[in-house]
Design a binder for this molecule. Structure first.
Ligand code: GLV
Ligand code: GLV
Length: 327
């Protein structure tokens, strides 16, 4: 029997599939595991299924004396020290693709609700302040025909861009590497540098992974480049935005508003952020569509079984591991 540790209770019954060949331990408290507990828990495990909030750093990886695979229940894997895993021959897998549409949908939900002040309107209505139709009640930013800027045009960025067709929006994108022309055509997107994107977009939506290069990609200078009427949407990772600079910009009318699903020091919010009327805040729920979260369980389970049964997993983050084995 293999030992598998799961750091959080997962939706549905997908984990049952592991139980015929593995001793499965699920971290019992319904809260995020600490690094100390993870250090102890990883010992003698053949596989661990981790959450994006778990710090799977070098210490944890070293403590995994039998570890063969780390399966992150997320597409983003900035919480894992992948190089440390690779150098120890440990496979890292994640859950791409299944959550692309759910995430793109939430990016649009934040874009629309920030632009059209849906949350302010909901609050006003449910607190009895709606006294009848008014010509100037909650005037907001219009979406149709405006320019959308996508930062990070991977699967999710492309899915967000495709949804812009119905809104008649020209779409600019910036990506570490320019996409093939066929994809640019398919998504009707135009490649520009980041400054051009920020200067010309009415809505800027972030879809890049968090890496040392993208930390604080959007800071004071970048916010200053944006239009005072522009909305920033972040469903990627909090630290891509300098949250202190963002709060300052939102307070001082440097930009119009922001729709945020992720935060720099999650779950903490930068002081002042939650008091601002021109932000819509959601608690990192972009992939939280019902079908998506069930399918993500199946994905991590299938890839854990693949590794334990010496098959190649579907969603390997560190494929270079195979070259290493061959050498
Ligand atoms: C969510 O943020 C994920 O990376 O899956
Ligand atoms: C994530 O899956 C992305 O590539 O955008």
């Amino acid at each position: 029997m293999f030992n598998v540790f799961v750091s959080r209770q997962l939706p549905g019954k997908g984990l049952d599939k592991l139980k015929s060949s593995c001793n499965v331990t699920v971290y019992p408290p319904d809260q995020n595991i600490s690094k100390e507990e993870l250090l102890t828990a990883v010992k003698d495990q053949d596989a661990i299924i981790t959450m994006l909030s778990d710090p799977v750093d070098e210490d944890v990886i070293k403590a995994g004396n039998r570890l063969q695979v780390i399966a992150n229940y997320a597409v983003g894997f900035n919480n894992i020290h992948v190089d440390a895993a690779t150098s120890r021959g440990i496979k890292v897998v994640n859950t791409p693709d299944v959550l692309t549409n759910a995430t793109a949908d939430l990016a649009w939900a934040l874009l629309m609700s920030t632009a059209r002040r849906v949350v302010e309107g909901d609050h006003l209505t449910r607190t009895g302040q709606f006294k009848g139709w008014e010509p100037e009640l909650l005037l907001g930013a219009e979406v149709y025909g405006k320019t959308l800027g996508i930062v990070g045009a991977g699967r999710i960025g492309q899915a967000v861009a495709k949804r812009a067709v119905g809104f008649g929006m020209p779409v600019l994108y910036h990506n570490r590497t320019r996409l093939p022309e066929s994809i640019e055509k398919e998504c009707s997107i135009r490649y520009v540098n980041l400054d051009t994107l920020l200067t010309n977009s009415d809505f800027v939506s972030l879809h890049c992974p968090l890496t040392p290069e993208t930390k604080h990609l959007i800071g004071e200078r970048e916010l200053e480049l944006m239009k005072p009427t522009a909305v920033l949407v972040n469903t990627a990772r909090g630290p891509v935005v300098d949250e202190r600079a963002l709060v300052h910009a939102l307070k001082n009318g440097v930009i119009y508003g922001a729709g945020l699903d992720v935060f720099e020091n999650e779950p903490a919010l930068h002081p002042g952020l939650s008091e601002l009327p021109n932000v819509v805040l959601t608690p990192h729920i972009a992939s939280a569509g019902m079908e998506t979260r069930f399918r993500m369980v199946d994905m991590v389970v299938n890839d854990v079984l693949a590794v334990l049964e010496s098959r190649r997993p579907q969603n390997l983050v560190n494929p270079e591991i195979y070259h290493k084995e061959e050498i």
